[in-house]
Design a protein around this ligand. Structure first.
Ligand code: LLP
Length: 386
């Protein structure tokens, strides 16, 4: 028996909780990303922070994307999955010396640099290795992403990027350093952006910065516009693939790109989110005062987004067709925040039913922890169940 995309019969022998990935959907999404970005000769680097599962990475690699990393561990994971180093960009406000060394030794494509202090350290490490580090300066464009404050990065108060006021000074320093080659500018204003007009604002700001930099006589080869395209958490079945056509078109129409300049993108969530679900079993239905708790065997350890960002995930009882009832769906972790949703309508739930937490392919498995001495969740793939 299958329920939607889920091969329920084959789930029955599996220990829960686990991640289930719809690899057909992942491939369809990647094909659209490829087709739509190639229309404009745009380059796409997958933001590996969203999901670094090796099977998922090797599928993404097979579509020819590059990777956006934020740690030495991510660079290692990308290379282990077969991505070539010249398609790896490395960002982050706090790069350690060993991570910079690793990136230089691997000859990655570009460091996205966020401060003068970091420029100087990269320069001296590159100097000691007799290498030149290619860098893009991350500019904080002060554009409001209109998303959750924890995942907003492009405002003055955020730790990310070089503020517009300091840009001139940082550019001067970058140009003056012997083992630094400034090749690009990098921008990223936030994540889960569903109001696409934000990207029009991003383009307007980037155009202003490009003019300013040009005036200084600095030539820019790469314009990296970051990631952030949001997905539909409310309706993963009806709207499984974000509107990449419209997204890339906005940049094509609004960004003033000069001959020879490349435009780079760093989508994470929009590529992998809808293909992943966290599958869990109902342990107990517990009667409370004025509500019933549906206690499942997955917790914030396997999917932390509801606890951390008050994020909504569609929750479905995929084992039952009985009339829906309301539950507070909670996990077994000893924290009150270990709650997946209040007033969740589920087909009447019984012990042993499978529950699917949808849209969990991004920032799900990768953010899992072992708190309470839990085992990290396993992953299964639809293509293995055929
Ligand atoms: N580029 C940079 C510089 C970033 O900081 C991020 C995400 C991305 C690209 C990818 O953004 P995406 O396309 O996935 O929106 N854990 C949070 C999301 C944190 C995002 C951090 N930066 C969540 O679960 O919502």
């Amino acid at each position: 028996m299958t329920k939607g995309i889920f091969p329920l019969d084959q789930f029955s022998g599996l220990r829960t909780p686990f991640y289930f990935y719809d690899t057909d959907l992942l491939r369809k999404t990647l094909q659209i990303v490829k087709t739509e970005s190639e229309k404009y000769n745009f380059h796409v680097h997958y933001a590996i922070k969203a999901n670094a599962n090796d099977r998922i990475l090797s599928i993404i690699n097979s579509y020819g994307l590059g990777v956006d990393c934020v740690s030495g561990g991510e660079i290692e994971a990308a290379m282990a999955a077969g991505f070539s180093a010249d398609k790896i960009v490395y960002a982050g406000v706090g790069k350690s010396d060993w991570e910079i060394e690793l990136a230089l030794d691997a000859n990655i494509q570009c460091f996205n640099v966020e401060s003068i202090a970091e420029l100087e350290v990269i320069n001296s490490i590159a100097c000691s290795k007799n290498k030149t580090a290619k860098i893009a300066l991350r500019v904080n464009p002060e554009v409001d992403a209109k998303t959750h404050h924890y995942i907003t990065t492009g405002l003055k108060e955020n730790k990310f990027g070089v503020s517009m006021e300091l840009l001139d000074k940082v550019l001067d320093r970058a140009i003056s350093l012997s083992n630094i080659e400034l090749i690009g500018l990098h921008f990223h204003v936030g994540s889960q952006i569903t109001d696409l007009s934000v990207f029009n604002d991003v383009c307007t700001r980037i155009n202003i910065v490009l003019k300013m930099v040009e005036k200084k006589g600095v030539s820019i080869q790469i314009i990296n516009v970051g990631g952030g395209l949001g997905i539909n958490y409310q309706d993963p079945n009806g709207d499984p693939i974000p509107d990449f056509a419209r997204y890339f078109k906005i940049f094509n129409e609004n960004l003033q790109v000069k001959e020879g300049q490349e435009v780079h993108f760093e989508p994470g969530r929009s590529i992998v989110c809808q293909c992943g679900s966290l599958i869990t079993r109902v342990l107990y239905i517990k009667e409370g005062v004025n509500k019933n708790f549906c206690i499942v065997d997955a917790g914030m350890t396997e999917l932390i987004r509801p606890a951390l960002y008050q994020a909504y995930h569609l929750i479905e009882n995929i084992s039952s067709d009985e009339i829906a009832e309301k539950y507070e769906v909670v996990g077994p972790i000893c924290e009150s925040s270990d709650c997946f949703g209040k007033d969740v309508e589920l087909n009447k739930a019984h012990r042993g039913n499978f529950i699917a937490m949808r849209s969990a392919g991004a920032y799900g498995q990768i953010m899992a922890s072992q708190y309470n001495c839990r085992t990290l969740p396993a992953a299964y793939y639809s293509e293995d169940f055929k």
